[in-house]
Design a protein around this ligand. Sequence first.
Ligand SMILES: NC(=O)C1=CN([C@@H]2O[C@H](COP(=O)(O)OP(=O)(O)OC[C@H]3O[C@@H](n4cnc5c(N)ncnc54)[C@H](O)[C@@H]3O)[C@@H](O)[C@H]2O)C=CC1
Ligand SMILES: CC(=O)C(=O)O
Length: 374
Amino acid sequence: MRIGIPREIKNNENRVAITPAGVVHLIEAGHEVYIETEAGMGSGFTDQHYREAGAILVPSAEEAWATDMVMKVKEPLPEEYHYFYEGLILFTYLHLAPEPELTKALTDHKVVAIAYETVQLEDGSLPLLTPMSEVAGRMATQIGAQFLEKINGGKGILLGGVPGVKRGKVTVIGGGIVGTNAAKIAVGLGADVTILDLNPKRLRQLDDIFGHSINTLISNPLNIAEAVAESDLVIGAVLIPGAKAPRLVTEEMVMAMQEGSVIVDVAIDQGGIFETTDHITTHDDPTYLKHGVVHYAVANMPGAVPRTSTIALTNVTVPYAIQIASLGYKEACSRNKALLKGINTLDGYVTYKAVADTHGLVYKEAEALIKQHI
Ligand SMILES: NC(=O)C1=CN([C@@H]2O[C@H](COP(=O)(O)OP(=O)(O)OC[C@H]3O[C@@H](n4cnc5c(N)ncnc54)[C@H](O)[C@@H]3O)[C@@H](O)[C@H]2O)C=CC1
Ligand SMILES: CC(=O)C(=O)O
């Protein structure tokens, strides 16, 4: 199969969908890799690295898109929609629930869109989201600490405090991969950390992992309101796979926070969990002030640490890409049910229920559509 890797064009998105090591694996499996020139530069991989690995360098995005399967990192932007064609396999993060226009473009062009973030194993885990959630979770606390500094618009506190001065309070809403990694860094900095989750089993696991260095709270509106009001930093880390994020923190709750406190809404890629994170921000202009609270809502946080992120991402995506390329998506998804769950659009239909429900579109099971072809 011909696999295309265009350069990412989202603001400050320095990741790339394949490393030279990944190219070697794909070529060993019998495939051709067409990579746009300079696509890997932001991650420290030169065109020469890719050439030596056996890739074919192409000078335009158009040529990278004119292949059988395109691998990307982020969702295509409107200026890329004209590359879509019927039967194109697109393997990337999509986050379609907050993206009605992209959903329409994919269904209109009958693209086979396989979203990294909804590939799901039997135990419910999301193997192609996990590494980026680890990165974003760790970054969330670092970023929060940075914006709490007075020079960056914050209230001027050090999360760990010092002897004789109180520690800062960090609340993490959602105790999955992002939440756990955010808490690890916050505990490491010496902050007073509270994690809320809806799932009592998860809270027990967190209690086993962190012991008395965190507080756990069941997630409900009263607990959220109380924890948010007294926090210096609140991190949004909730996910209902494929669906629009629930708005758990109301504007009123944000108004109860002290001026100069900070919100990092990591879940913004699924629409965000704060009523006040009403738009996505970029690495160029990452924050805005609302009710005196600094809001950070960047949807591609790992793009800021591309070397780490590209390697972590491709470690997990390449084995799935090889399955799709070697077997074809129909056979690969019939054999691998985790991959089947990744198909968000097929044959002009939305094939992920939460996405179809969010946009009020007809839902069709990917498996049934694939069977019609076989
Ligand atoms: N902004 C960015 O650059 C990035 C954003 N993300 C996003 O971060 C979000 C979280 O991802 P993960 O941690 O991997 O998901 P996860 O599935 O590991 O964890 C989500 C947690 O939310 C909990 N939850 C569900 N409903 C809840 C509620 N009402 N209250 C409290 N907790 C609730 C679940 O029980 C689960 O523990 C996703 O939207 C993901 O796409 C991930 C990486 C990068
Ligand atoms: C998960 C995601 O969307 C990202 O890493 O940018």
